[in-house]
Design a protein around this ligand. Sequence first.
Ligand SMILES: Nc1ncnc2c1ncn2[C@@H]1O[C@H](COP(=O)(O)OP(=O)(O)OP(=O)(O)O)[C@@H](O)[C@H]1O
Ligand SMILES: [Mg+2]
Length: 282
Amino acid sequence: MEGLYKTDIKEFKLLKRGKVRDIYEIDGNLLIIATDRISAFDRVLKTPIPGKGKILTKISLFWFKHTSDIIENHLITGNFEEFPDKLKKYDVLRDRSILVRKAEVLPYEFIVRGYLAGSLYEKYKKGEITFKRHLSEFDRLPEPLFTPTTKSEVGHDMPISFENMKEELSEDLALYLRDLSFKLYKRGEEIAYKKGITILDTKFEFGKIKDKIILIDEVLTPDSSRYRVWENGKPVKLDKQILRDYLKEEEAKRGTMPDTIPQDIVDKLLNAYKKLQEILLK
Ligand SMILES: Nc1ncnc2c1ncn2[C@@H]1O[C@H](COP(=O)(O)OP(=O)(O)OP(=O)(O)O)[C@@H](O)[C@H]1O
Ligand SMILES: [Mg+2]
């Protein structure tokens, strides 16, 4: 399979080509197409991961369904058969796109961490953060942590303190969004845990439609979350971390990060994403 790297639908207005998704405007709504592009460290790799967009779409739809009692989301439909007739001739959309309500995006990434991993573990090792008792990598935190960042159009997303977020958004709204983020993460964690998988951390995005907050973007996908399955007592990666680790290793060896991905890493990524889909959606 070749993989869909980018779409070029002339009939509709392309609002944005994100790192992974192409977004078109359709009658005031958005058509979000998950391509097979993959990004890491804020850069899009030149190699597609064939079929990844379809897996992400399925997983996101699963989570929209399982969180809709917590908060309303942007989804209109992910079912190609329910798309407006004018979209029906674009078979490329099937199983990898969703029709959503357009929202005013809140410019933050609402990150929740339930386990000691990633940059939180790095901080812990340096003593920049402490807990009541000693924790090892991948241990569950006593309580999930909220570590939001700002969403910047250019360059890196920067961490923002909860105090600053309150100042920018109002105390009530910041508290509400933090509470929602915790509820959504806990719901995801609980459902995944029963299936033998751990969601170490994740990020959500929220938007506003006429002053109402809704959940937007993708939800609890292996692009936006760190997933592990435990095999022989060891955590096996079922997410994008496989790519980040490869890029870091290459950088250490060669001094620069590659912008392509070798076939064995493509296969590894795809197998991990497929495995997650199988376990989660079965
Ligand atoms: N309902 C919505 N209304 C408006 N924008 C949305 C909605 N849902 C998602 N988006 C935006 O669509 C884009 C999704 O594409 P993608 O994730 O590939 O972009 P990205 O490169 O991560 O961009 P960004 O840095 O803005 O997140 C994101 O910018 C996201 O904020
Ligand atoms: Mg994104």
